[in-house]
Design a protein around this ligand. Sequence first.
Ligand SMILES: NC(=O)c1ccc[n+]([C@@H]2O[C@H](COP(=O)([O-])OP(=O)(O)OC[C@H]3O[C@@H](n4cnc5c(N)ncnc54)[C@H](OP(=O)(O)O)[C@@H]3O)[C@@H](O)[C@H]2O)c1
Length: 254
Amino acid sequence: MPTKLFDLKGRVALITGASRGIGEATARLLAEQGAHVVLSSRKQADLDAVAASIIADGGEASAIAAHQGDSDALAQLISAIDQRFGRLDILVNNAATNPHFGHISDTPMAMVDKTLQVNVKGYFELAALASKLMRRNGKGAIVNIASINGVKPGPMQGIYSITKAAVINMTKAYAMECAPWGIRVNAVLPGLTDTRFASALTTDDKMLAHFLPAIPLARVAQPQEIAPAVLYLVSDAASYVTGTTLAVDGGFLT
Ligand SMILES: NC(=O)c1ccc[n+]([C@@H]2O[C@H](COP(=O)([O-])OP(=O)(O)OC[C@H]3O[C@@H](n4cnc5c(N)ncnc54)[C@H](OP(=O)(O)O)[C@@H]3O)[C@@H](O)[C@H]2O)c1
């Protein structure tokens, strides 16, 4: 008999940054496994297109736009989920920003603020709101998408790397304090992945010549190769896993 460990039927999953890239690939995979996926990012039209495509493939999806730096929008997002479903089983904190590429000492303070607000405060706030909703059912799973840069800072990506290190620590803090509520909290650390976010690196031959020799598998990941790690961590297959970080990085951190 096939395993039911990865079956998500009946579960409601919120995925931020789901209009493209790693978030979209994750939403499609969780929907394939039976979850109702609630897609979020800033642009409603882009989300509607992904939701329509998931539904056309036989999945269940809805789309609610919210800016990750806007506390009111995040509270409304969770409240809309509560009103419609009365529950939340899975949160994938994935939407992030990286506005400054350059020497760390040249980072404009406005960009420091923006990166901290979206990548740290946004994840923190959504995890706080989501965990309280999950607590009502006595269980839930949160996966924070961090980065290899959270362990080893990326060159010219100082403040972004700092926020990803904060996400790794945030994952452990939430895991400890939400375990008594039946909620598991883990992080995935993608390596260099072929998305719009990383296109300045993945489409530049000079950049690739710099990065590829440091990756034992010697290639960039596709977003569909990151999503299964998220599926594992939100599924019953990971029922005894909390507070951990799972690198999906072609061996970069080894
Ligand atoms: N690609 C890589 O090499 C790589 C490596 C390590 C970690 N990561 C991490 O993986 C995650 C996803 O990145 P990706 O590569 O899949 O990027 P992507 O393809 O550019 O997708 C980013 C998503 O986030 C949304 N978003 C951006 N800013 C937002 C905001 N302020 N509020 C709400 N939504 C926002 C975008 O939609 P809208 O623009 O419509 O809002 C989009 O849906 C990020 O946490 C990133 O740090 C990526």
